[in-house]
Design a protein around this ligand. Structure first.
Ligand code: ATP
Length: 292
């Protein structure tokens, strides 16, 4: 039976702006996304029957259709009208509900994996359309790298790869649900007014010019304040990270993971070795280029 192994990487947000909130609650986004070197590992094997079976390694996520990886397999097998089953094993390394797109990247990995395993030849455009049905970060996760995500986050414009950066991620073991953070944001910024300004075009120029990141260019996540009011660990972690003098410290996605862009790899090890909050997950990482 055929088998394929895929690395499904996490992302961070270098910026997140909400440019409009429409009457139906739709948040119009502008986000600079960046793939990082932290992966779930997905193995997909053709099954001898027509069932989809999911197995988790190091996570207690559901293995039925509540799991985005399961939903992705169901969607693409149906779309291809393939009467085949798959056994999928996910080795989960990306913290869950953490602002790192862990679920979306698994879904993207399964779409790409099944496309390749069964030689479906679905185009990137087709996979993006299927992906957007599963979650708004899935289209970005299909290729990753550095990109601008607009609309609901599903319209992807690639940006040349960011100058490589060393990172550390701190995940307070709490979880934040994306929908709850957006709800809190709406309460705090009625009619989307008075939020921090995000100079997205200027930030894209910094990346396009191949400039190194200094930290003061205006990288902002407008959800940060909302998330902080729901989880005070975020503020505490940011303050602790700032003591190590990184280039930049900010929250990713809807939190609660905070990341720092570092001066070098050594700084990441220094932070990891000297981190005093025992319940936090501390991960050293780096930025990753777009896959072909
Ligand atoms: P994003 O940054 O895209 O908003 P996130 O990192 O905040 O996502 P995820 O880790 O994707 O959040 O998890 C969001 C929810 O999706 C969780 O409540 C989790 O139970 C559910 N979920 C379903 N399938 C998966 C999966 N394969 N991996 C992680 N979470 C999953």
């Amino acid at each position: 039976m055929k088998e394929i192994k895929i690395e499904a990487p996490a992302k961070i947000n270098l910026s997140l702006d909400i440019i409009d909130v429409e009457d139906d609650g739709y948040h119009k986004l502008e986000m600079i996304m960046q793939t990082i070197n932290l992966h779930d590992i997905i193995t997909i094997k053709e099954a001898s029957n027509k069932e989809i079976k999911l197995y988790n390694i190091n996570s207690d996520l559901p293995v039925d259709n509540r799991n985005l990886a399961y939903q992705a397999a169901e969607l693409i097998l149906n779309e291809a009208n393939l009467h085949k089953g798959v056994n999928i094993t996910i080795e989960k390394n990306i913290p869950v509900a953490a602002g790192l797109a862990g679920g979306s990247t698994d879904a993207a990995g399964v779409l790409k994996g099944i496309n390749e395993l069964f030689d479906l030849n679905f185009s990137y455009e087709k996979l993006k359309k299927l992906g957007a049905q599963l979650g708004m970060d899935v289209p970005f996760c299909l290729k990753g790298g550095t990109a601008l995500a607009t609309g609901k986050g599903d319209i992807i414009t690639p940006i040349p790869d960011l100058v490589p950066q060393e990172l550390v991620l701190i995940n307070p073991s709490s979880k934040l649900l994306t929908s709850e953070v957006y709800k809190k944001y709406d309460e705090l910024y009625e009619n989307n007014t008075n939020r921090v300004q995000v100079p997205t075009s200027k930030l894209i120029k910094v990346i396009k010019n191949n400039d190194d990141i200094r930290g003061n260019e205006g990288w902002v996540n407008v959800l940060e304040l909302a998330a902080e009011t729901m989880d005070e660990d975020i503020k505490t972690v940011k303050k602790m990270l700032e003591k190590f003098n990184p280039k930049l410290t900010m929250m990713t996605g809807s939190g609660p993971t905070v990341f720092a862009i570092l001066h070098d790899k050594k700084q990441g090890l220094d932070i990891k070795n000297n981190w005093t909050r025992d319940n936090d997950i501390v991960i050293t990482s780096s930025t990753v280029k777009r896959s072909s």
